[in-house]
Design a protein around this ligand. Structure first.
Ligand code: FRU
Length: 499
């Protein structure tokens, strides 16, 4: 697609997400370089500007002042003599430790340069930096690149940098084969190996990619804090889930991460299929205090063949992370950012409704950009929930299985699915009811995705769907008996694109 054609795109193309970030045109994968600086949230992303499948990687760029509405900016980083620009991160160098900014603060990005070893097909991945002293508008790649290389490791990528104030150093976490490595630096240019984590821990059912490491509060009313390590694992045909993201909880002393869990414990950030390579924003102001991340809303299993035309892939909605103590231990909790409330358009609220089988109390509501918040009290029902993007031919079911105590998305009959045989299916996760048999569902439905947050973010499922644009019916259903909806809010959401 040429530039004039791209400019004509209106964000009303078939399957185009209305309130999720997607590139104007062409291919996108991982979010990169997310940083907040001088009133702007930056979102860079793995981008192939010349096609709608993965190709020579650039960093695409967009900015936002509210994490909801995005402005596209020109490509930030392009392949150069060291190779393509793979995933990485960005930070504000507040004290000019790098010396790039004449004593002022500025942005430094750290990413993987990917090419092949001379006269060989063997991939070569090395870490490099670039800096910007005009708020990310233009970037200078550092003349001393690459700043870290290690010939012994082939998969060696996706550096995520942060400032560790207790040790007064930059820390960088990097995927290296089936482990992560941590390095430290005083100036973002010279890096020293600190430690390695991961051998024997968690899931190794795919290549390790895109780590992140950050501290989070545990429970709102305690002073306890823990470190969380995000780690994505690539698609391996032997496992049905495709690519997915796990996390570890533990301690970090500036050099070494210590996992609180047994080696065989594996925790997943999302039990749907389409939330990958998620990492968090750097430098969100202290007064705000949130740790916000988003993921690439796709799966390497079929990412290159999803049925969109002008562009391919979107990001999840931004989500706030925290930790909560549950029966099984401390677990990650995710909530949609509150800024999304500003795109609510029409709203309907109900309280204390009894839902009976084969009656649909929301049959008058139509829409395919919806936010739904419902608090249920389980009665005699064996299953209940919502059917969204529904017509005579198709529906996506977001349901709660009372007997198994599981929340699920069933996209078996959700619309177009013939592009990959593993796309259809039902994806689920454990979710126990809370006080007096309550279950809370918070749903976001867009033109080609569903995200569901169970019990205030204890369990999250994110799935792509490709329904017909006219499949707009909504059903609130129950099976096997009554269920009570204590509170129900349904909001149609405005598009974040256009005028
Ligand atoms: C993850 C990933 C990264 C790599 C990038 C290349 O999806 O494989 O490890 O840097 O994509 O586009």
């Amino acid at each position: 697609m040429n530039n004039t054609e791209i400019k004509q795109l209106s964000y009303t193309e078939k399957y185009r997400p209305q309130f999720h970030f997607s590139p104007e045109a062409n291919w996108m994968n991982d979010p990169n370089g997310m940083v907040y600086f001088e009133g702007e949230y930056h979102l860079f992303y793995q981008y192939h500007p010349k096609g709608t499948t993965w190709g020579p990687m650039h960093w695409g760029h967009a900015i936002s002042t509210d994490l909801v509405h995005w402005e596209h900016l020109p490509i930030a980083l392009k392949p150069d003599e060291h190779g393509m620009i793979f995933s990485g991160s960005a930070v504000v160098d507040w004290n000019d430790t790098s010396g790039f900014f004449n004593g002022q603060p500025g942005l430094v990005a750290m990413f993987t340069h990917a090419d092949t070893y001379p006269d060989s097909e063997r991939p070569r991945q090395r870490q490099s930096i670039a800096y910007s002293n005009d708020n990310g508008r233009t970037w200078v790649t550092y003349e001393g690149n690459p700043v870290i290389s290690d010939e012994s490791i082939t998969d060696f990528r996706d550096p995520k940098v942060f400032w560790h104030k207790e040790t007064n150093k930059w820390v960088m976490i990097l995927a290296s084969g089936q482990t992560v490595r941590l390095y430290t630096s005083k100036n973002l240019k010279d890096w020293e190996f600190a430690s390695e984590f991961g051998d024997g821990y968690g899931s190794h059912e795919g290549v390790w990619e895109c780590p992140d490491l950050f501290e989070l509060p545990v429970d709102e009313d305690s002073n306890q804090k823990k470190w969380v390590l995000f780690l994505s694992i690539g698609d391996d045909p032997r496992y049905e889930e495709g690519s997915r993201t796990q996390y570890f909880i533990g301690e970090f002393d500036g050099e070494t991460f210590t996992n609180d869990h047994t080696p065989e414990t594996t925790l997943w950030i999302d039990k749907g299929r389409d939330n990958y390579a998620g990492v968090s924003w750097s430098d969100i102001p202290h007064e705000d205090g949130r740790r916000i991340y988003l993921g690439w809303m796709s799966n390497w299993r079929y990412a290159n063949v999803t049925p969109t035309k002008e562009w391919r892939s979107a990001m999840t909605i931004p989500r706030v992370l925290s930790l909560r103590t549950m029966e099984e231990g401390i677990r990650l909790v995710q909530k949609p950012i509150q800024e999304l409330q500003n795109i609510r358009e029409k709203s309907i609220q109900m309280t204390n409704q009894t839902i009976i089988p084969s009656e649909n109390i929301v049959s008058n509501i139509q829409g395919n950009t919806l936010e739904i918040i419902a608090e249920f009290e389980i009665g005699e029902a064996s299953e209940f929930g919502f059917k969204v993007c529904k017509s005579k031919q198709e529906e996506t079911v977001i349901g709660y299985d009372v007997i198994q105590q599981r929340l699920f998305i069933d996209r078996t009959n959700s619309g177009k699915s013939d592009f990959n045989e593993s796309f259809v299916g039902k994806h689920e996760g454990d979710l126990a009811p809370y006080h007096n048999q309550k279950v809370k569902l918070h749903l976001f439905v867009d033109w080609s995705s569903v995200e569901v947050f169970g019990n205030n973010g204890e369990l999250v499922l994110t799935d792509l769907i490709f329904p017909d644009q006219n499949s707009k019916d909504l059903e609130l259903y129950t099976v096997g008996g009554d269920v009570k909806v204590k509170t129900l809010e349904i909001h149609t959401l405005k598009s974040i694109w256009g005028k």
